[in-house]
Ligand binder design. Structure first.
Ligand code: DX5
Ligand code: ZN
Length: 271
């Protein structure tokens, strides 16, 4: 029996799950490279839990609290919050004050995706505001990621790293193998900055590479995910699914959320 960090609920052929349903996340001490570099998830008897995260970028920002509640009622696991600084990406959205306001209305896991040039500058304020996950971009963190990850954990948030479509997947490997590894990799499947773009299937090679190398890693995909693209992402090994326009634009968002989950669960049984 392999040994995993204590926050992991491991059962033979059960679901590998971290305590991320609510925002009270305690970071776990994981070193993904020690688990296995050779066996697939199913050979290891592991099923990664599906996390469906509607992107609140597609919500009505004027009614953020009720939109969040609506998504949770429809079956969302996480709420994906897109933070854009108008510099790293050509769009400006929300910051820590909005997270703080939303936190007063929900206990949900707030999966914050920081598309900002200086993520370190925002760690303290997002921690204080009640963010649950803090995912920064590798393209702007090459020099200071160990410090960044340590700081994120010290503020009670779960560290993740994101990569843009043009960034090779190898660039995140060091962040998964150091003393303070990130706990999720977000593979962008569109150019960051805007919702409603077309899914880039070529990015699935990155997901496959990550899943083969790190069978127990949370792998998130973001951009253009919906009923017509989920199977490609799920069979490649993604288990955390961000979906904006396909969920908010659907006549019955609950059905889309359920379909996304079914696809991930089905793929996890076989991959
Ligand atoms: C894009 C954002 C995404 C976006 C996804 O920069 O990171 O989270 O909102 O939206 P859809 O699902 O519409 O592509
Ligand atoms: Zn995002």
């Amino acid at each position: 029996m392999m040994r995993l960090g204590k926050m992991i609920n491991y059962r033979a052929f059960g679901i590998l799950s971290l305590s991320t349903k609510s925002h009270n996340y305690s970071t776990s001490k994981l070193n993904y490279s020690t688990i296995s570099n050779h066996k697939t998830s199913s050979e290891l008897g592991i099923m990664m839990e599906a996390k469906i995260a509607p992107s609140m970028l597609s919500s009505d920002f004027a009614n953020l609290a009720s939109e969040a509640e609506r998504m949770l009622t429809f079956g969302a696991d996480w709420l994906h919050m897109d933070i854009m600084d108008g510099h790293f990406v050509p769009n400006l959205t929300i910051g820590a004050p909005v997270i703080e306001s939303l936190r007063k209305h929900t206990k949900a896991y707030l999966d914050c995706h920081l598309m900002v040039t200086n993520p370190l500058d925002y760690v303290d304020q997002f921690g204080k505001a009640g963010a649950s996950g803090f995912t920064f971009h590798v393209e702007v963190s090459k020099d200071n990621w160990p410090e960044l990850v340590k700081r994120i954990k010290s503020k009670g948030m779960r560290p993740g790293v994101a990569l843009k479509p043009g960034t090779p997947v190898e660039e995140v490997f060091p962040l998964l193998e150091g003393e303070h590894p990130v706990e999720m990799v977000l593979v962008m499947t569109v150019e960051p900055g805007f919702g409603g773009q077309k899914f880039m299937p070529d990015m699935m090679n990155k997901v496959r590479t990550l899943r083969e190398k790190y069978p127990t890693l949370d792998i998130e995909v973001d951009g253009g995910l919906g009923p017509s693209t989920i199977d490609a992402a799920a069979t490649a090994g993604a288990n955390c699914i961000v979906a904006g326009s396909s969920v908010f634009g659907a006549p019955e968002p609950a059905q889309v959320i359920s379909l996304l989950r079914t696809s991930v669960n089905k793929a996890q049984k076989t991959c």
